[in-house]
Design a protein around this ligand. Structure first.
Ligand SMILES: NC(=O)C1=CN([C@@H]2O[C@H](COP(=O)(O)OP(=O)(O)OC[C@H]3O[C@@H](n4cnc5c(N)ncnc54)[C@H](OP(=O)(O)O)[C@@H]3O)[C@@H](O)[C@H]2O)C=CC1
Ligand SMILES: O=C(CO)[C@H](O)[C@H](O)COP(=O)(O)O
Length: 509
């Protein structure tokens, strides 16, 4: 615990929705007095009622005004926000500011845009108010049980809040809490944003595998569930949360025996509604930092294509006419050896998940250097070990070992570049699973299956290992029409992304 800072035993939960409600109960269970504030009295009552059932009802009270709330908080006043991202946080801060004094603490547990976090940190710093930007992962079940949390702020502030957060956090199998000082400024929200980008890449890969199993191999949902359970038990996808819940989803039925999944429309709309921004921001960050992250990006495009069902219906009618009721048909796959093909599919899905992690970590690395977040990568990977959506035990173990050795290396040049593909252990994983991925993508493409994340992962590997891309031609065209310059083969020893030194007068103006 930070010296001269008493243990936090009282806090206000601002925003009592799916996440905030669960965290309020969790903090109460961990011995805190929890004061609720939400525009919806019903939402607060719901938390209190649940608190009574969970035996913590006496520790939870609700407030209608910031003034009352703040009067009843201790010193320092501690707030945990679980609010929609964007302007809501700004208006809540405006509402609270008149009642805040030096040393008060705000822990912003939203999926907030990291630049908003840093802007608010700057504003709060002028009054001596501590502001932590904290990514929370694991969904509403984990919010209640113990989520994975990724807090960023100055070191002293993190020292003050960590004992509280450690009590509430998910615990890795070795008992380590999935929360730690992740870095300064907006580092916590930055890492959570990229966590969600990774999540989207992984979710797309698992969904594509599900499509191949059902539409390509004709497996029923119970069979797919069994297969995903098998993937989750052993091998490279062992302990992968999205695979495990995928298996459960496939096998969940209503009381009439109908699979719920059969009733779910194929639209992902969070990017359209603005409910979440992390998918958009993480891809924008990748591009702004010049990091190839195609598995994450095409996963996002799949979401975008899926979201507007009306548009897809209209295009389908244009293509096939109103009378034609058939969808664009992914054809059946008839592998000569189905168990071997399922093994390929498992390995392909794993490689896309590993690629999602590697691409996400590469974005964080670039941003870390540019923004001086001082990110602790070992802590970050440790935080992602349990309680979080991208939990993937095999991948975590692999990457934790790599980043632990990078952290202890005395060689500054090797620790400066953290690209996971530079490491022999990761390269070996990629090489081992490349052929299965290629076979799956080739078969999938041939039979009109939707395989963006799997396909983009294959392309990414090809592009990353090649030193003779078709971009020689591309570069020549740029120089032909734009005098954009190029480097001559064999003369660019450093190979850095800097403007070339040569122009050829392909065709005089
Ligand atoms: N759901 C999830 O799986 C996860 C969500 N998150 C993030 O956590 C945050 C909360 O998400 P979630 O719980 O799902 O969202 P909800 O919409 O369920 O909860 C948000 C709550 O904030 C309340 N709220 C809105 N404006 C104010 C205000 N001015 N003062 C106080 N409360 C207010 C809302 O009230 P009302 O409904 O009355 O407007 C609502 O109860 C988001 O930033 C989300 O991105 C992070 C990880 C996982
Ligand atoms: O942050 C989360 C998980 O980590 C939330 O579940 C979030 O709502 C997911 O939404 P999106 O897919 O749009 O990122």
């Amino acid at each position: 615990m930070a010296p001269n800072h008493p243990e936090i035993k009282k806090l206000a939960m601002i925003g009592c929705g799916a996440m905030g409600g669960g965290m309020a109960l969790l903090f109460a269970e961990k011995g805190c007095e929890v004061l609720l504030k939400d525009p919806s009295n019903e939402a607060m009552v719901k938390v209190i009622e649940q608190g009574k059932k969970d035996g913590v009802g006496n520790s939870i009270t609700k407030y209608q005004t910031y003034e009352d709330l703040c009067k009843n908080l201790g010193t320092p006043k501690v707030f945990v926000w679980s609010l929609p991202h964007g302007t809501v946080g700004d208006s809540v801060l405006e509402g609270l500011l008149p009642y805040l004094t030096m040393g008060d603490i705000i822990i912003d547990a939203a999926n907030e845009m990291w630049e908003n976090t840093e802007r608010r940190q700057g504003k709060c710093a002028t009054k001596g108010i501590r502001y932590v930007g904290m990514g929370v992962s694991g969904g509403y079940q984990a919010a209640r049980r113990g989520p994975s949390m990724c807090p960023g702020s100055d070191s002293e502030t993190l020292d003050i809040v960590l004992p509280l957060l450690q009590k509430a956090a998910a615990k890795a199998p070795d008992g380590t809490p999935c929360v730690a000082k992740i870095g300064t400024g907006g580092a916590g929200h930055y890492c959570k944003m990229i966590h969600n980008g990774i999540e989207h890449g992984m979710m797309s890969a698992v969904a594509e595998a599900w499509g191949i199993m059902t539409k390509g191999l004709g497996m029923n949902l119970d069979e797919v569930g069994d297969e995903l359970h098998r993937w989750n038990k052993t091998g490279e996808l062992q302990g992968t949360f999205l695979v495990r819940i995928g298996a459960e989803i496939c096998q969940t039925k209503d009381d009439k025996g109908q699979h719920i999944l059969d009733t779910v429309e194929d639209k992902v709309v969070q990017d359209f509604t603005g409910e979440e921004g992390t998918g958009i921001w993480s891809n924008t960050e990748a591009i702004n930092h010049h990091v190839p992250a195609p598995t994450l990006t095409v996963a996002h495009y799949l979401r975008l294509a899926s979201g507007d069902l009306h548009q897809r219906r209209t295009i389908k009618t244009t293509f096939f006419g109103a009378a034609n009721d058939s969808t664009w048909p992914p054809q059946r796959l008839s592998p000569s050896d189905k168990p071997a093909f399922l093994e390929d599919l498992r390995k392909a899905t794993y490689l896309a998940c590993l690629a999602s992690y590697a691409q996400g970590l590469n974005i964080i690395d670039k941003a870390d250097r540019g923004n001086h977040f001082n990110i602790d990568y070992v802590a970050l990977l440790q935080i992602w070990r349990a309680g979080c959506i991208i939990q993937a035990d095999y991948i975590s173990t692999l990457l934790l070992s790599l980043y632990s050795s990078l952290a202890t290396t005395k060689n500054p040049s090797s620790s400066a570049d953290k690209n996971p593909l530079y490491a022999a252990e990761i390269a070996a994983e990629v090489k081992r699973n490349y052929a299965p991925l290629k076979r799956v993508v080739a078969k999938g493409v041939e039979a009109d299956h939707v395989v963006p994340a799997l396909g983009a992962t294959l392309e990414w590997v090809k592009q990353m290992v090649s030193v003779d891309l078709p971009t020689s031609f591309y570069e020549a065209e740029l120089d032909y029409f734009g005098r954009h310059m190029y480097d001559r083969k064999g003369e660019d020893e450093a190979g850095r992304p800097e403007m070339g030194r040569f122009h050829y007068e392909w065709k005089p103006a």
